[in-house]
Ligand binder design. Structure first.
Ligand code: AMP
Length: 283
C-alpha cells in the first residue's frame, strides 16, 4: 500500500492507471471498523485499483462538536487497509486541503435542510466541499458510501448529478453489532450503560419496519411506536425521529403503497450523538 500525503502526488500516481483501470474510492475519517472495511471490500471486488482516504474534515464539524477529540488510530487503520489490499492510502493534512486563502464552499440545497441538516446546519456544506475536492484529486470510477449516513449519500449523489461528475456512486448497507447497534467510530465514547441502551435505536427502527410490513401507513402511529421503544433507553435524548421519502427526503404523513421511505433517527447519549436508519418499501 502506497501512502501519500500530497494531493498532487496522488493525482500524478493515478494518472496512468486511470487510463486503463477502474479506480474505487472510499473516503473516511479513520478509526476504522467493520463498516468501513465492508466499503473497502466492495471497492476491492469491483475495481482494479482501490484508494482510501483518511481525513478528519474540520469543515463538517460545527462549533462545540467533537472535531478535536474525534478518535484517531492511524497505525491500526493502516494494518486494516493493508489486510484489505488497499493500493493507495491518501492522508492529506488540513493545511494542504485548506490553505489560509481557501474561500470556496460547495452547497447542495433542499436535501440538506431536514434530518441531520437541522441540528447541524453547516455539516453538509463541509461534506460536499471536501468530497468534491477528494473526487477531483482521485477522479475515481466508483465512489463508495455507507447507508449509515444515508442523507450524506443522497446529498452526494445529487452533487455528482448536478455537477456532471463522472463517477458512479455506490451505497453499501449498514454493518451492525450483534445486538443491532450500527458500527460507528463514535461508539467508543459511550459508557457501559449508554452502550447497552444504544441497542434501542435499531429496535425502534425495526419496530416501525415491522408495522409497515404489516400494512401500517400512518406515520403518526409509526413514530409513536418508535418513541415508546426509545423511552426504554433512560439515558437517551432524541434529536430527531423522522419518516421521509427516500428520494426527496421530504416528510410524509401517510405511506403510499410501493413508496420507499427512510426511517431515520438521531439520539444523544450524553454528548454523543448517534444516527441510524432503515429503508423500507410500503406495502
Ligand atoms: P466516516 O469515517 O464516519 O466518515 O465514514 C466513512 C464511510 O463509512 C461513510 O460512507 C459512512 O457512511 C461509512 N460507514 C460508517 N459506518 C458504517 C457502518 N456501520 N456500515 C456501513 N458503512 C458505514
Amino acid at each position: 500500500m502506497k501512502i501519500l500525503k500530497s494531493p498532487q502526488e496522488l493525482n500524478l500516481a493515478l494518472f496512468d492507471l486511470r487510463l486503463k483501470k477502474t479506480v474505487g474510492f472510499v473516503p473516511t475519517m479513520g478509526y476504522l471498523h467493520d463498516g468501513h472495511r465492508k466499503l473497502v471490500k466492495q471497492a476491492r471486488k469491483e475495481n482494479d485499483v482501490v484508494v482510501v482516504s483518511i481525513f478528519v474534515n474540520p469543515l463538517q464539524f460545527g462549533a462545540g462538536e467533537d472535531y478535536k477529540k474525534y478518535p484517531r488510530g492511524l497505525a491500526r487503520d493502516q494494518r486494516i487497509l493493508e489486510a484489505e489490499k488497499t493500493d493507495f492510502l491518501f492522508l492529506p493534512d488540513v493545511k494542504q486541503l485548506y490553505p489560509d486563502d481557501f474561500v470556496t464552499e460547495v452547497r447542495v440545497s433542499r436535501l440538506t435542510e431536514g434530518l441531520c441538516g437541522k441540528s447541524r446546519p453547516t455539516h453538509f456544506a463541509g461534506v460536499t466541499t471536501v468530497v468534491l475536492k477528494l473526487l477531483n484529486v482521485v477522479q475515481p470510477t466508483n465512489l463508495y458510501l455507507g447507508q449509515k449516513d444515508y442523507q450524506q449519500y443522497r446529498v452526494l449523489r445529487q452533487m455528482v448529478k448536478d455537477l456532471n461528475l463522472q463517477v458512479k456512486v455506490r451505497m453499501v448497507p449498514i454493518v451492525r453489532e450483534p445486538d443491532g447497534l450500527a458500527l460507528s467510530s463514535r461508539n467508543v465514547y459511550l459508557s457501559k450503560t449508554q452502550r447497552d441502551e444504544a441497542r434501542f435505536l435499531s429496535l425502534a427502527l425495526n419496530e416501525a419496519k415491522k408495522k409497515i410490513v404489516n400494512g401500517e401507513k400512518n406515520v403518526g402511529t409509526l413514530k409513536k411506536a418508535m418513541r415508546d421503544c426509545l423511552k426504554k433507553a433512560k439515558s437517551a435524548r432524541v434529536d430527531y425521529l423522522e419518516i421521509v421519502d427516500a428520494d426527496s427526503l421530504q416528510g410524509v404523513l401517510k405511506l403510499k403503497s410501493g413508496q420507499t421511505v427512510l426511517i431515520a433517527l438521531a439520539v444523544y447519549f450524553g454528548k454523543t450523538r448517534l444516527i441510524d436508519n432503515m429503508l423500507v418499501k410500503g406495502k
